[in-house]
Design a protein around this ligand. Structure first.
Ligand SMILES: C[S@@+](CC[C@H](N)C(=O)[O-])C[C@H]1O[C@@H](n2cnc3c(N)ncnc32)[C@H](O)[C@@H]1O
Length: 305
């Protein structure tokens, strides 16, 4: 486990599942306190618009598919093509899965994987309401994905991997399910510099996508070790500063609880969006940026089930 919180990994996963379950049920909109929402831990369309989502995209998805839980717009860089098969890691209420479904069209398919039953229920209801025939939501853990080997052209994820204690396992799974040469575009939180210990040990900051984040260099090494690279950073901004602009009371609640001053964390908690490809020493993949092999055929071979 790469995170520093002194709580066993499986307990952390359970706390994350509980918290996002409550958010999915509408019982809670905040990860950090009793007030309104913040980006990764429960927000709304305004938060998403600030991240860069286009108003027309937000208007196109079923109501309730956007809870403002992301920290970037990874689909802006995924360059999805009609007919492709896409996996969304930690799909939540389905926002990115539905936008991806529109881009890959009826001959493509999108699978969202999430471990939180209430999120899955909400996402499936949204899919039914929006009439999305090319999207399915599967219950599962990112550390042991419920998909076969080499079955998807592209993988995306929005503000999720920071929440997983065993990030190296997630990257190994991504490399397993991607076709050779397939691509990954992810928005996530990483650290530039170490956080004050009080923040590292704060459970609310963990479930709120702050203290589960690891050092950028360590994160990229894990990607490379899994056979995913080269890593290209496409966007990079100060996540706490941006969140503070949107919902100052949320960030202030964390700072008050931990006794940390804004200058102690300034610039350290980064939202990045990056791209990488599945490398293969055995099978040469397509040139980077080209469509992955098989993308025009049946999107999901029987082997993946
Ligand atoms: C911050 S929310 C992001 C949801 C979605 N990507 C979005 O932008 O709306 C994190 C989601 O990841 C899921 N999640 C967290 N850890 C997970 C894990 N280890 N395996 C599967 N899902 C996980 C949670 O249940 C939750 O729905």
């Amino acid at each position: 486990m790469e995170t520093k919180l002194a709580v066993p990994a499986e307990q952390l996963v359970e706390r994350v599942r509980e918290r996002y379950g409550r958010i999915a049920e509408g019982a809670e909109t905040s990860c950090c306190g009793p007030k309104a929402a913040t980006a990764c831990c429960g927000g709304d369309g305004a938060v998403s618009a600030r991240l860069g989502y286009q108003a027309k995209d937000l208007a196109a998805v079923p109501e309730g598919a956007n809870l403002g839980l992301g920290c970037g717009v990874p689909l802006d860089f995924l360059e999805l093509q009609p007919g492709e098969a896409v996996l969304d890691l930690g799909s939540g209420p389905g926002l990115d899965a539905f936008l991806a479904a529109d881009r890959v069209g009826p001959s493509g398919r999108v699978i969202g994987v999430d471990m939180t039953p209430a999120m899955l229920e909400r996402a499936r209801q949204n899919a039914a309401r929006g009439g999305y025939a090319n999207v399915e939501f599967r219950e599962g853990r990112l550390e042991s994905l419920p998909l076969g080997d080499a079955v998807v052209d592209a993988v995306t994820s929005n503000c999720v991997i920071n929440l997983v204690p065993d990030k190296a396992a997630v990257f190994r799974q991504v490399a397993r399910v991607l076709k050779p040469g397939g691509r990954l575009v992810v928005s996530d939180i990483v650290l530039d510099g170490r956080l004050p210990e009080a923040l590292e040990q704060d459970l609310y900051a963990y479930v709120g996508c702050v203290s589960g984040a690891v050092d950028r260099g360590v994160y990229f090494e894990m990607l490379e070790a899994a056979g995913l690279g080269p890593v290209e950073v496409l966007k990079d901004f100060d996540y706490l500063a941006a969140t503070f602009d949107s919902v100052p009371e949320e960030v202030q609640a964390i700072l008050d609880r931990t006794g940390i001053r804004p200058e102690d964390v300034a610039g350290k908690v980064r939202s990045i969006t990056y791209r990488a490809y599945r490398r293969s020493s055995r099978t040469p993949g397509p040139a980077r940026g080209a469509a992955a092999p098989g993308s025009a055929g049946p999107a999901f071979p029987a082997a993946m089930r």
